[in-house]
Structure formats: C-alpha cells, structure tokens
Design a protein around this ligand. Structure first.
Ligand code: ME8
Length: 646
C-alpha cells in the first residue's frame, strides 16, 4: 500500500488581547478548508492554530482592565476556542505560548543560537510599536508613527540581546530566488525581496522593561522578544524536542497561512531563526489580503469589528464560511458589509445551489415516487453535463492547491449553473406529460444526472461548507457517512445507485429577506412542491416586453478618471449619440483609464441614476466577470454611439 503523504498547515497564533473578529476567522476558516480538502485527498494532515499570549501589548491591556494577565488571557482564549468550535474548525492541536511545552522549545532554540554565536548582548536604542510588537529604526517610522499600523511608536532604550540577522541576508535572498514558491502570492514575494535588499539589521530579541514573557535561559531579568517566542510555536506544536517521530513527520511545514500584515515576520525573521538553528525552512508562506470595511481595516481600536458569532447565529456556519472563502480573491483585500453578504447568500446559495437541490428532489418525488431511476436514454447533453462536472472538480482541486478559495468556488458554481441550465434545456415537466417510453426514459436519465451532479457538488463543497453533505444526505441518501468523504468520489460519475431514496425537505439555504432585518425575523420562503413546480419554472423567465424595457445603447468612452480613495472605481465620461453621460464603474482593477478611452461599450441607458461616492452615475456599462477576471463588452467596427443594442 502507498504510504500516506503528510501535510502540515498553520494559522498565525492570535493575540488574546480581545475577542477575535471576522478577519481572524477568515484565516482560520481558510486553513480549515485546506486541511479538510487534503484529508479528503488522503493526506495525513496536521492543522495547528493557537494563541500568542506574551508581550507588552497583552500585559498592558490586562492591566488597563485591572486584571491579572493570566486570568485575562484565559478568558479570551476560552472564547476563541468556542468560536473555532462554532466555525467547525478541525485543528489537530491548539497551542498556547504560555504552556510549559512551548517555554521549553523557545528556551532551547534561543540557547542553541546563543551557543553558536548569533545572539549577542548590546543596547537597543530605537522605536517600538507595541500594537504590532515591532522594532523600527528612525529611518523607517513616519512622523512618529508605525509604518505598518500608523499608530504612535515609543522610544526605547534598554540593554538587550541581539540576533545577528544581517549576516543571513544573502543566504535568505538566495533561498527566495531558488524557491519561488516560498513566498506567495508573487506580489508579496516582490515586496519582501525589496525589503530584504534594503538591508537587514540585527534584531533585538530580548526585553527587560516588563515581565510577561519567556525568560532568557541564561540571564535573569530578560524576557524573549514576543515574535521570537511566537514564531517558534510552529515547532512546539509538532513535538519539537519531545516527540522526534512526529516532528520528523511534519517538519518542514507545508504552508504557514498568514495575513499580509505579518508576511515580513514569517519570511524574514522566521527563516533566519531556522537557519541559525540549523532547521529546514517551511515550504511556503502564503500572505492573504484583508477583509476591509467601508471605513478601512477592521480594528479593535477603531471599534469597527464584526463579531463572527453573531453572523453564525444569524446565517448558519456554512453560509458564513462560504461568504468568507468566496469574498477574498487570491491574495487581495475583500470588502465586508452585511448587505453584500446577504445578497451573495441569496443569489449564490439560495437561488443557484438551493434551487438546484430542491427542484431536483421535488421532481424525483413527483415523477418517480422518490426513488432515483436508472439512467436510460442518454443523449449528448448528458455527456456535456458529465464533462462539466469533471472539469469543475479538476479546476476546484487546482485552485485549492494554490489556496485560491474564491476561484475554487467559482469553478464549482460553473457546474451548479450548468445543472440549472440543464433543467431548463431538458424541460422535465414537459417530458413528464408524455406517456411514451422514450420520454419516460429521458425523464429518468435527466433526474439521475441531476442527482449525480448534486452528489459531486456536495462532496467538492464539503471542505468549504462541512455541514452541507450531512444536510444533503437527509434528502438524497448518497453517503454512508457524510462526515468521511473521499475526494476521489467527486471525480467519478455514476456512483449513485439507482433505487436509492429521495426525501425532499425544506430548502437548505432559505432566502434572507433583505427588507426585514434582523434576520431572526425572517420568513422562510414557501418552497413550491409538486404541482407548483411548473408554475415556478414559468416564473423563472422574463418576457420579451420585460426585456424591451431595458434601453441598451452603444456608448463611446471619451474620458476616464480614477475615483479618489476607491481603488475599484473609475469615473467614465461617455458619448451616447448627442448626449454626454457620467458613469461610475467598478472596473479599476481590470483597466487603466488609458486602456478605455476611445472604446465603444454597451450602456444600460435607462438605469435609475444613483450617487456613488458623491458622483451621480447615469447608467451602467456591461462587463463579463468571473472570479477576479473582468472584461468590458466592447464593439469593434464603427457603430455610431447612441445606436440601440438588442
Ligand atoms: O499578528 N482580514 O496576531 P493577531 C483578514 N500574534 N485577516 C485578518 C484581519 C482582517 N481584517 N485581521 C486579522 C498576530 N487577520 C500575531 C501572530 S504568528 C507566529 C503571530 C488575521 O491577533 C490575519 O491572518 O494580530 C493576520 O495575520 C492575523 O489575523 C493577525 O492576528
């Protein structure tokens, strides 16, 4: 038998200075999605998360609250554990840096580096950002503020131990050059290469002005710098120094998943600690973007944090996980608002996925008494659905391996859309009206194929939405154990046994009523069943009259400017026949203003004007979008502006 491959993934260990917000939840959910996916692929996975409990920042917060530091962090850590349970996080261990096992690792590594000569004593004189727990030189700070978080820095002068990082600069650059996968995405790698080329200074790695930390093993009164302490958790968590077999199994780590704010610590300080301690470097550090709010980054000090527990209680764990994983595209920032979240949940979960499942279950009940028929009478369109399923799963897998959760979901949604379209194209309600054997055979094939598509989708979605297969299994009895799924089964078509039962239940993703918030008061939509199905299918269409109400026009782009303080928006001046229009469009990530000037585009000319960031937008231009790709529809040739588009 082939030996299982190992896979070690970590999140940052969070500061228990306060309860965590939805931004922290993003990293932990993303790492959990990967851990679940790798387990489904048969890997021997180790998923580590935990808390970074030492340092001046935590000590100050606890004192401000008049509490003993240990008692304070214990309370927050308890809440963090509850949050991970609610988010169904499957971490294999939870490391707290205040545990004795971790103290031992930190002291061993510190001593080892001291013994080989790379830690020495001197006096630190410079600036310190307590919220980031980071040292800065005079040259690096801006107007007395931290270059990372823009909060005031404090002047520090104390006797400290220093870590000779500067001498590792060339070795680190060489490693990054020879291992392009080490820092991902590429944008982060370039930033770090520039930072390192700017020159590394030796790092202050001990403090004497407070006590809340791990003592330096060879000199009383010094505590180890909190980032040296924190980064070492990745070794403690897999048994460094106590369980050699486990350590050898999982080190080097496959991926440290972190936010972009702490890529520098993980790709400069951490690899140099490992080099000095003669340990192999992690295979990858992946820096994802931030979940932003309209007013900027979520931050406890700004008081604009979003509590994930409230969202889970309102919308359910699968919906919250889905939203987070879809919203942040590869390495980029995403923007959170409850309205945008609800509209995504309604469109993608309730409409696209929820309807596919409830329509299929209802048709299986209505046309085959709830027994999945054998697929007789196959046609080309069935082969296409099957092909789309295998393509979607392969693409989802490829994107998950790059940690692009959003595009992985986009790939699966291509299959969801294809299956919904397949219902429209095969029109089972018409097949059901004929008594002849051919129509009956076709109907059986259609229901079987839809069921297969749903089975495949529910396996591939399991890493993202872990309760989905369990809930789907209550309607379609696909799996012996919906908690133990195998990724290979999503790659195969035809595993559903004809004759298995379908038992239609309430919608898996009820629509959230956007007019009535809070959502606790939401009314669940009545799910049509049986006879109402045909009417429901009718209501999915718009009439030609509806279509004719939209006034599409050819418009020529005359001028374009960037919207200030909105990196997604462009302000377009359009010529539409004799008229000039201003349109605000969210396409700045895909186009520079110069690329658009002169282009002929399609304008929805009778869309109600609306003010966007203070600019009145008079219409909308059409664009195709998929994941983070976007392309504006343009006309080649010399169609006059103002012409109608039908
Ligand atoms: O930095 N969007 O801990 P921390 C996305 N203890 N992710 C976010 C986010 C947001 N708005 N806000 C926070 C520390 N995060 C150190 C780490 S590791 C050895 C030590 C996530 O509690 C993101 O992953 O400040 C970020 O890197 C992490 O939370 C920082 O958590």
């Amino acid at each position: 038998m082939k030996e299982k491959q190992n896979y070690y993934i970590t999140t940052p260990i969070y500061y228990p200075s306060d309860n965590l917000h939805i931004g922290h939840a993003y990293t932990t959910v993303a790492a959990d999605c990967t851990a679940r996916f790798k387990r489904m692929q048969g890997y021997n996975v180790y998923y580590l998360t935990g808390t970074d409990e030492h340092g001046q920042k935590i000590e100050r917060v606890a004192h401000e609250k008049g509490m003993d530091t240990r008692a304070y962090v214990d309370g927050i850590v308890k809440n963090i554990r509850v949050l991970w349970e609610k988010l169904l996080i499957t971490n294999d261990d939870f490391i707290r840096t205040t545990e004795p096992r971790h103290r031992k690792t930190v002291q061993d590594i510190f001593q080892k580096i001291y013994d080989q000569g790379d830690i020495y004593k001197s006096v630190y004189e410079g600036w310190y950002c307590t919220p980031c727990e980071a040292f800065w030189t005079e040259r690096q700070i801006n107007d007395g503020q931290c270059p990372d978080c823009q909060r005031p820095v404090e002047l520090m002068k104390e006797e400290s131990y220093f870590f000779a990082m500067s001498k590792y600069q060339d070795r680190l650059l060489k490693h990054i050059e020879e291992h392009p996968e080490f820092i991902q995405p590429e944008l982060r790698r370039n930033e770090m290469v520039n930072f390192i080329k700017g020159g590394l200074e030796d790092l202050c790695v001990s403090r004497t002005t407070f006590k809340w930390g791990i003592p330096v093993p060879f000199e009383e009164g010094h505590v180890v710098y909190v980032w040296f302490d924190a980064l070492t958790n990745y070794l403690t968590g897999i048994g460094y120094g106590v369980d050699q077999a486990k350590f050898d199994t999982f080190w080097p780590c496959d991926v440290h998943l972190v936010g972009k704010d702490i890529v520098r610590f993980h790709t400069v300080i951490w690899p140099i600690i490992l080099m000095a301690a003669e340990l192999p470097l992690p295979k990858q550090v992946f820096g994802h973007g931030w979940l932003m709010l309209e007013g900027g980054k979520m931050s406890k000090s700004k008081g604009n944090v979003v509590d994930p527990i409230i969202l889970i209680d309102k919308y359910g764990v699968d919906a919250v996980r889905y939203y987070l994983l879809k919203e942040l595209t590869y390495g980029m920032d995403g923007y959170y608002s409850e309205e945008m979240m609800v509209s995504r949940l309604n469109a993608e979960l309730a409409n696209d996925l929820g309807n596919l499942i409830s329509r299929t279950a209802a048709m299986a009940e209505r046309y085959f008494d709830g027994i999945i028929p054998a697929p007789v009478q196959m046609e080309d369109i069935d082969a296409d659905l099957k092909k789309k399923a295998s393509e979607a799963v392969a693409e989802c897998e490829r994107q998950l391996d790059r940690l692009d959760y959003s595009l992985a979901l986009t790939a699966l949604w291509r299959l969801v859309s294809r299956a919904n379209k397949y219902i429209d194209e095969t029109a089972p309600w018409i097949l059901a009206k004929s008594e002849d054997e051919i129509s009956r055979g076709r109907l059986a094939a259609v229901i079987y194929n839809l069921t297969e598509a749903i089975r495949i989708i529910s396996i591939a979605l399991a890493p993202f939405m872990p309760t989905l297969p369990v809930r789907i299994n209550q309607q379609f009895a696909f799996f012996t154990d919906p908690r133990q799924l195998n990724w290979d089964d999503a790659r195969q078509w035809g595993l559903t046994a004809p004759g298995s039962r379908v038992n239609k239940k309430d919608s898996l993703f009820p629509r959230v009523d956007t007019r009535e918030k809070p959502v606790d008061q939401e009314k669940k939509e009545e799910q049509p069943s049986g006879k109402a199905l045909e009417e429901q299918d009718e209501s999915r269409y718009i009439t030609i009259e509806d279509f004719a109400r939209i006034d599409f026009r050819v418009a020529q782009v005359k001028a374009v400017e960037k919207m200030k303080k909105a990196d997604k928006l462009l302000i377009l001046t359009l010529q539409v026949g004799d008229e000039e229009r201003t349109v605000v469009s969210g396409i700045a990530k895909a186009y520079t203003p110069e690329e658009l000037v002169g282009k002929k585009v399609v304008l929805v000319a009778n869309l109600k004007p609306t003010k966007l960031r203070g600019v009145m937008s008079q219409g909308m231009i059409l664009a195709a979008s998929e994941g983070d790709r976007l392309e504006v529809l343009t006309l080649s040739g010399d169609f006059p502006s103002g012409s109608q588009v039908r």
